[in-house]
Design a protein around this ligand. Structure first.
Ligand SMILES: [Zn+2]
Length: 120
């Protein structure tokens, strides 16, 4: 995923709040797509497992899963309130799926770890 933060302008004196900061504080990353109006809540502590923890917390974590665009996404960082527990729906990281990749290579050829990315 390209990590271009240059479009998120900040006052130079204001320190960048990172995803790791939000994870440490148990915060929710509420992502809104204004193009298709999809709204998803993530836990910052889930996102730091799959994204760079040093990324700015207000950078959209993913492109919209419905319309595929990231240009219309906005991010709000929330601290859960007592009433959110048991009610607020969060898109949780349920697991990581790994896939074995196989390919035909001549005997004696060195197999590099990323060789499976080529489809053949
Ligand atoms: Zn969308």
């Amino acid at each position: 995923m390209p990590e271009e933060y240059s479009k998120y302008h900040r006052h130079p004196a204001k320190p960048v709040r990172t995803l790791q900061h939000a994870a440490n504080d148990g915060q929710i990353i509420a992502v809104n797509c204004s193009l298709c109006r999809r709204h998803i809540n993530y836990l910052a502590s889930d996102l730091v497992q799959v994204l760079n923890p040093a990324r700015p917390v207000d950078a959209p974590p993913f492109a919209c899963s419905r319309c595929g665009k990231a240009d219309y996404m906005s991010v709000k960082v929330k601290t859960p309130s007592a009433g959110d527990y048991g009610h607020l729906v969060i898109r949780r990281l349920l697991g990581v799926r790994s896939v074995w990749e196989w390919g035909n290579r001549p005997l004696g050829d060195e197999v590099k770890p990323d060789a499976g990315r080529k489809r053949n």
